[in-house]
Ligand binder design. Structure first.
Ligand SMILES: Cc1ncc(COP(=O)(O)O)c(C=O)c1O
Length: 388
C-alpha cells in the first residue's frame, strides 16, 4: 500500500517511550518510576462499593449519557466544598471515560481545522494528539527550568487572530508547577481580552504541596469560557477505572457531550457509583493525599540530589523533573535508556513531553506515587551511579 496507514495528522505523535521503558523495566528487573500510576490501590471501602454495585446490578447496563445522577451530584458537591462554586448537576456536569476522554471530547468539540491552541509545554502526551485529531494547530509556550513558571509575555505574544483556546494544566505534569492565582489571573485576563476559551486539566487538584490549587473557572469572566476537567484516577488511586468529568456552563458541557456521545457514549457504570461515594469522603481523606505524597516528595528530592541529580522540587503532582548533566550526560533520552541496565531504575526522558526537544534535552522525570520502600530501594540503586 503506497499511502501511509496512519492519518497524516497523527504522524510522528505516537510516543513509544512509555512502552519501551515499561518493557525495559520488566526485562531488567528495574524499579519502575516511569509511568505515573500508584502501586497501591485506593480506599478499600471504595473498591468494595464498586464490587457491590456490580453484584447488586447497579450500572451494569448503559448508564445515562451524562453520567449517573449520584455521581453528577457528588461532583457538584465537591466543587462547592473545595472551590465554593455552584454547579447544576443536571446540566453542568458530564462524566467521561477518564480525563483523557474529557480532553479529547473538549478539543474535538471546540477546535476546528486551522484553529490555534496554545498549551504550555512540556505537556501530557494526549494534548498534541487530540489537537491534531481536531485539525487544530498547537502553539507551545515553554515552561523552563529551574522554576517552570508560565512566561506570560510569551503567552501574550503567542495569541493571534486564529487562537481559539488555551489548554491549561495545573498542577502541571510533568514539571510539578502549581500556577499561582496571579499567573492564572493574568491568563484569564488574556482569555477575556481576546475572547478565548480555556480547557483546564486539573487532575492533580488534590496534590499540592506549595501554594493552592485555583480553578481558573472561579476567576472573574472565566466561568462562561472554561471547560474544567478532573478525574478519579489520581485523587482516589484507581487509574484503571477511567472515571473522569467535565464541568462548565450548560452550553459548553452540551458541546463536549455531543462529541463524547460518539467516542464512548458511556462507560464504567458500577465505578461511577463507587466514585460518587469517594467524592463524599471526609476532608481528612483529601488532606491525606498531599500529606502522604509530600513525605515521598521530600524523600525523593533529597535522595536524587544525593545521588547527583539536579532536582527541581515539584509544588504539586507526583512527578519530579531532574537534570542529568552532572553525570556528564548530554542526553536525558540516552541516560534514561541506560539507567535500567546500569542500576535497575526506570525514568522517563523529559524531551518526549516537548515540541521543542532541546528545551527538555537534559532532563528525566521520576514518578514518586509508589510505596516508600520502593522509593527507598530506587534511591539506593541510584546512589550507585556515582560509585567509583
Ligand atoms: C495531566 C494529565 N491529564 C490527564 C490524565 C489522564 O487522566 P485519566 O487517567 O483520568 O484519563 C493524566 C494521567 O496521567 C495526566 O497526567
Amino acid at each position: 500500500m503506497s499511502r501511509p496507514l496512519l492519518n497524516p495528522r497523527l504522524a510522528g505523535l505516537g510516543t513509544t517511550i512509555f512502552a519501551e521503558m515499561s518493557e525495559l523495566a520488566v526485562a531488567t528487573g528495574s524499579v519502575n518510576l516511569g509511568q505515573g500510576y500508584p502501586d497501591t490501590d485506593g480506599p478499600q471501602e471504595i473498591a468494595r462499593a464498586a464490587a457491590d454495585a456490580i453484584m447488586q446490578g447497579r450500572g451494569n447496563q448503559y448508564p445515562p449519557g451524562a453520567g449517573i445522577g449520584e455521581l453528577r451530584r457528588a461532583i457538584a458537591d465537591h466543587q462547592r466544598r473545595y472551590y465554593a462554586v455552584d454547579i447544576d448537576p443536571d446540566t453542568e456536569v458530564l462524566v467521561t471515560a477518564g480525563a483523557t476522554e474529557a480532553i479529547a471530547a473538549a478539543l474535538l468539540a471546540l477546535v476546528g481545522p486551522g484553529d490555534e491552541v496554545i498549551a504550555f509545554e512540556p505537556y501530557y502526551d494526549s494534548y498534541a494528539a487530540c489537537i491534531a485529531m481536531a485539525g487544530g494547530v498547537r502553539v507551545p509556550v515553554t515552561l523552563r527550568a529551574p522554576a517552570f513558571r508560565p512566561d506570560l509575555d510569551a503567552l501574550a505574544a503567542a495569541v493571534t487572530d486564529r487562537t481559539r483556546l488555551i489548554l491549561l494544566n495545573t498542577p502541571h505534569n510533568p514539571t510539578g508547577s502549581v500556577f499561582t492565582r496571579a499567573e492564572l489571573t493574568a491568563i484569564a485576563d488574556l482569555a477575556c481580552r481576546h475572547d478565548l476559551l480555556v480547557i483546564s486539566d486539573e487532575v492533580y487538584e488534590h496534590m499540592v504541596f506549595t501554594g493552592e490549587h485555583v480553578p481558573i473557572a472561579t476567576l472573574p469572566g472565566m466561568r462562561g469560557r472554561t471547560v474544567s476537567i478532573s478525574s478519579a484516577a489520581k485523587t482516589f488511586s484507581f487509574t484503571g477505572w477511567k472515571i473522569g468529568w467535565v464541568t462548565g456552563t450548560a452550553e459548553l458541557v452540551t458541546a463536549v457531550r455531543a462529541v463524547k456521545q460518539f467516542l464512548t457514549f458511556v462507560s464504567g457504570g458500577p465505578f461511577q457509583y463507587a466514585i460518587a461515594e469517594a467524592l463524599a469522603l471526609p476532608d481528612e481523606y483529601f488532606r491525606s493525599i498531599a500529606a502522604d505524597l509530600r513525605v515521598k516528595r521530600d524523600l525523593m528530592c533529597a535522595g536524587l540530589a544525593d545521588a547527583g541529580f539536579e532536582v527541581y522540587p515539584p509544588e504539586g503532582t507526583y512527578f519530579i523533573m531532574t537534570d542529568v548533566r552532572a553525570f556528564g550526560e548530554v542526553s536525558g533520552l540516552e541516560f534514561a535508556r541506560r539507567l535500567p541496565h546500569a542500576v535497575g531504575v526506570v525514568a522517563i526522558p523529559s524531551e518526549v513531553f516537548y515540541d521543542d526537544r532541546d528545551a527538555g534535552r537534559f532532563g528525566v522525570r521520576f514518578a514518586f506515587c509508589k510505596r516508600k520502600e520502593v522509593l527507598t530501594e530506587a534511591l539506593a540503586r541510584l546512589g550507585r551511579l556515582r560509585a567509583p
